[in-house]
Design a binder for this molecule. Sequence first.
Ligand SMILES: [Ca+2]
Length: 256
Amino acid sequence: MRLIIFLAVLASCACGPAAPAGVPEYGYQVVHAYPHDPSAFTQGLLYLDGFLYESTGLEFQSSIRKVRLETGEVVQLFNIPQQYFGEGIINWKDRLIELTYKTQVGFVYDLGTFKLQKQFEYPGEGWGLAQDGKRIIMSDGTHELRFWDPETLKETGRLSVTEDGQPVKNLNELEWIKGEIYANIWGTEKIARIDPASGKVVGWINLAGLLEPADRKNSQPDVLNGIAYDAEHDRLFVTGKKWPKLFEIKLVKKVN
Ligand SMILES: [Ca+2]
């Protein structure tokens, strides 16, 4: 009888008031794995009209590339001047805009030819770029995102990104997906889903285990870096620095 009462108490606890709702967590399902250049130190990634556009970093190795999704083939490439460490890229109209890491200089290229059109300056470090159709969104490694006018590339505002009132730092590669900002947290296998109005993290995506140990061993890959979204077909792509694969994934909400 005592056991029955104990079980009944347990059951009533399980059915009692819910704990305060935490930030939802998401795992993933791999829809498809595509080849990715294992020498590409990925910094920025976007999808446009059937191709990926990717920027790579490190001094002497930085480039912007147009990549065929299905094969990973680099169909167009521009090596940026050796003294610059390339960072995030984003498209705006017929242009590609790119950041550099610590040199406080950005570049504007012709989207079709990759011809350098101009360079511009901004304060602080440059990490990631995205755009929401009206604004360019920029990360600098802190917990703040900057908004830029896409034509003038001047700052128009900032957003402090928080979880439970605490700053979420190391915001890196960015993507605008269905009204949210996705930001991978540098050095982790996590992507934060951010409300662009409040700056609050509204979801965490955990990509642990996405790149299998065998793939890590063969090509010395680095951290997760690179989020791209095909809005027309609702496809989400992720990869990492020197990863031999680029994945299309679907998010799977975890049940607490
Ligand atoms: Ca991106």
